[in-house]
Design a protein around this ligand. Structure first.
Ligand code: GDP
Length: 428
């Protein structure tokens, strides 16, 4: 029976969700992005090559899959078209895309506002990827946003943009003296782009309802991770949308009970891009080694190229991440990366500034001064990237997986031992 699954991050993002979605999409009918925008960076490596996806769902490499940008997505039409064209130029064929007519549109002023706010904050920056997400979703909540459906009604669009610019005038003028006129007026540009978007735009909520009636298999592709969730993450060092599976139904436009599986993806160690507390962070030579060996080409952001902060696997943060995600199963990625270690430390508790020991994930304020309590496990010191069955893994690697499952309280159903689509183990 076809099943629908949310593939979401258990950590701070960059867990390898893109790889897992690309792999699972072989047996899916739809892959749906439900939040965020082109601030995502999913690396996918398959027989067609190495790709960094930003806005497009990771089902685009499967001709039979319909890829959906749902109502919860923040859509930058310029970057969507650029990403699409780049993919087509590299020989990706028969990709199918549907764009929700309800999705909100990123305008140049959102990006400008994002950049200005980060610059204003100086050393206290949020670590924004500067794609305009926070201002976009703020305007959505203020009910002055522009939706994809507005792009096909020039007069209505001009009025809405005028309203938006009027509200934003003080905002933009206050920061660097720029007037509203100086903010690039987007109506002409949007109207020029709209004919290219038109064939993709539809009521995706209705399309998915019909797909579910026909028992289609739907993957919901999360962006970032639980610890960057707007409500449950390390606020204010979060993203500006909910990253949790609970929101996937809302942002995609399907009933909550249609989601059968919640696959929380975690790395076998920790990485984070951007600002905010990271208790497990390694600032030493070991950190530099993990950064060099991690991912498909070292731990560097797929969207920004920024070096990722790295640390040992954090069981406190990941258990919490799985709890708020409602994980029914775990996908552990980058297990191969740890093959150079004699022993592998794992964070099993935090010592708070007050001296209190805890295995509960505290508020952001307490995280800054928390220090990690470590337990270490034997390494396997061998290359495991050719393993395709759980029993092919060395005993120490299997034990490490079992230890993570125990600490986190969720069984692993998928283990990734390399960045390529095929370097994947299904655990029976
Ligand atoms: P996402 O945003 O969650 O899709 O993650 P990213 O693509 O931003 O980052 C994950 C990184 O890990 C990328 O460099 C992937 O190519 C890489 N990756 C994913 N799974 C594995 C794995 O099992 N082993 C290795 N070595 N790299 C992996």
């Amino acid at each position: 029976m076809p099943q629908s699954a949310a593939i979401v991050g258990a950590n701070w993002g960059d867990e390898g969700k893109g790889k897992i979605v690309d792999w699972l999409a072989a047996s899916a009918d739809y892959v749906v992005r439900f939040q965020g925008g082109d601030n995502a960076g999913h690396t996918v490596i398959n027989d067609l090559g190495t790709f960094a996806l930003h806005l497009l769902p990771a089902g685009v490499f499967h001709p039979g899959v319909s890829n959906v940008l749902g109502p919860g997505v923040g859509l930058n039409p310029v970057s969507l078209l650029a990403e699409w064209d780049a993919l087509m130029a590299r020989g990706v064929e028969d990709a199918r895309l549907l764009v929700s007519d309800r999705a909100h549109v990123v305008l140049p002023l959102h990006i400008r506002r994002d950049v200005l706010e980060e610059e204003r904050r100086g050393s206290r920056q949020f670590g924004s990827t500067r794609r305009g997400m926070a201002p976009l979703y703020a305007d959505k909540a203020l009910k002055i946003g522009i939706r994809v459906s507005d792009l096909f009604d020039r007069a209505g669009l001009a009025l809405k943009v005028h309203d938006l610019l009027t509200v934003k005038a003080g905002d933009l003028a206050g920061t660097d003296g720029a007037s509203v006129e100086a903010a690039e007026h987007p109506v002409d540009t949007l109207c020029q782009l709209s004919p290219r978007l038109h064939p993709w735009v539809t009521d995706t909520t209705a399309a998915l309802r019909e797909a579910l009636q026909q028992r289609a298999a739907i993957l919901l592709e999360g962006q970032l991770g639980a610890l960057r969730d707007l409500d449950h993450g390390i606020y204010p060092f979060t993203t500006s949308t909910p990253t949790l599976a609970g929101f996937a139904a809302v942002g995609a436009g399907i009933p909550p009970h249609a989601i059968d599986r919640i696959i929380a993806v975690t790395k076998a160690y920790s990485t984070a891009v951007g600002a905010g507390p990271l208790v497990s962070e390694l600032h030493d030579e070991m950190g530099a080694s993990l950064r060099r060996m991690g991912g498909h080409a070292g731990e560097f952001g797929a969207t920004t190229g920024r070096p990722r902060r790295v640390g040992w696997f954090d069981a406190v943060a990941t258990r919490y991440g799985c709890q708020v995600q409602g994980a029914t199963e775990l996908a552990i990625t980058n297990l191969d990366v740890l093959g150079f270690l004699d022993r592998i430390p794992v964070v099993v508790g935090y010592r708070l500034e007050t001296g209190v020991l805890t295995d509960m994930f505290p508020l952001t304020g307490d995280l800054w001064s928390a220090t990690p309590m470590l337990e270490s496990f034997p390494g396997w010191r061998t290359d495991i990237s050719d393993a395709r069955r759980f029993q092919d893994l060395p005993r120490a690697a299997r034990n490490y997986v079992r230890a993570i499952e125990q600490l986190v309280g969720v069984r692993a159903s998928i283990i990734s031992v390399g960045p390529h689509r095929d370097q994947t183990i299904m655990v029976a």
